[in-house]
Design a protein around this ligand. Structure first.
Ligand code: OGA
Ligand code: NI
Length: 370
């Protein structure tokens, strides 16, 4: 049998610029070895622990109805309570009646499908690993550093603070990307008010410290997989941002890790999935939880999802984020050092996570003092 040269195979795959979809279009029946996931499911159920290490809080991934939020103070208070409770336990919840019309959600998913359905020759123009580009497409952003290669291609655009020129966005999804981004910023701004209130802070607190300054929109495309048990759509990870607003189609596969069990986040028509990210966990001094999640592969597909990351990400800013002073007390001293958002994202992009589930482990105060 020929020797397996992972590095060479990764490079050959990358150079096709055709992504995972290119393999599926070519009709492969067995997935190449680079996609074989290094762990069996036992690894998760026996050895994984949640980010916080706490497993006593019962899981709650509620679907929260935002209808009537601004009209009724009692209702608003109830909604804020639910968001607070979910953010403190699983770190995940879904929202409905969030203000983005169903037609916009549908068209956004269609836009991602249209992008990936283009000829490889057309898509190739945008294929790069130069992450300073405002708009690009590739397969596995961490292809050369990640522990495993995922059955997924992704399209990415940085929509804020420096939006791309509209003409730089692919024509097949340009209008909807601009429209969806504008609307997701509104939802994000509202969520920040609700998160602030849930923390007992002034409603503008998170907005005022610029948690919505950056927005990166990713369109993920998960082709149907001939051997789904051997690979993953997205390996387990926590999001390195303040929070993420995810639009998923009806295929399913998104799971969160809770108490060493993987729990499905079932697709719900018209809903958006919201999850707390690492930076939010850091500034809330572990009160809000950034949960480990993954996407399993399936014979079904393609699955598409659109992840909107609220974070300035790789854009270097000097702004420092540490645990919010108002949340600290003698009994709740700061757990984390102050970081810039690019410190956080840089860790992920440049080093990989080195077997850790979370970049937060790098910023714990007791670790840095030792
Ligand atoms: C992500 C992510 C989940 C999905 O982009 O970080 O977890 O359903 N995506 O695509
Ligand atoms: Ni994620």
């Amino acid at each position: 049998m020929a020797k397996y040269d992972r590095a060479a195979e990764l490079k050959a795959f990358d150079e096709t610029k055709a992504g995972v979809k290119g393999l599926v279009d070519a009709g492969i029946a067995e997935i190449p070895r680079i996609f074989h996931h290094p762990w069996s499911d036992d690894h998760y159920t026996k050895n994984s622990s949640s980010v916080s290490g706490e497993t006593t809080v019962p899981i709650s991934i509620p679907v929260i109805d935002l209808e009537g939020l601004d009209k009724d103070d009692v209702r608003r208070k109830k909604i804020v309570e639910k968001i607070g409770k979910a953010s403190e336990s699983s770190g995940f919840f879904q929202i409905i009646n969030h203000g983005i019309p169903e037609s916009v959600l549908e068209e956004m998913k269609e836009g991602v499908r249209r992008f990936f359905d283009q000829e490889t020759e057309v898509k190739k123009e945008l294929y790069t690993r130069d992450y300073s580009n405002p708009v690009y497409y590739n397969s596995n952003f961490d292809l050369y550093t990640g522990i495993s290669t995922n059955w997924r291609d992704s399209f990415l655009c940085h929509m804020a603070p420096n939006p791309p020129k509209p003409e730089d966005l692919p024509i097949v999804c340009r209008d909807i990307l601009l429209d969806y981004s504008k609307q997701v910023v509104k939802v994000g701004t509202l969520l920040m008010e609700l998160f602030s209130e849930a923390l007992g802070l002034n409603p503008n607190h998170l907005y005022d410290i610029d948690c919505a300054e950056g927005l990166t929109v990713l369109g993920h495309y998960y082709p149907p997989c001939p051997q789904p048990e051997l690979t993953m759509g997205v390996t387990e990870h926590a999001d390195v941002d303040f929070f993420t607003v995810l639009l998923q189609d009806e295929v399913g596969g998104l799971q969160i890790l809770n108490d060493n069990q993987w729990i499905d986040i079932s697709p719900q028509s018209g809903a958006l999935v919201v999850n707390v990210g690492d930076l939010m966990q850091l500034i809330t001094n572990d009160r809000f939880k950034s949960a480990v999640h993954r996407v399993v592969s399936s014979h079904e597909g393609p699955r598409v999802s659109i992840a909107s990351f609220f974070c300035t990400g790789m854009i270097p800013t000097s702004k420092l984020y540490g645990p919010i002073k108002e949340l600290l007390s003698e009994n709740n001293p700061p757990i984390y050092q102050e970081v810039t958002t690019s410190d956080c994202c840089g860790q992920l992009q440049l080093k990989g996570l080195g077997g850790k589930n979370s970049v937060l482990d790098y910023f714990k105060l007791d670790k840095t003092e030792k």
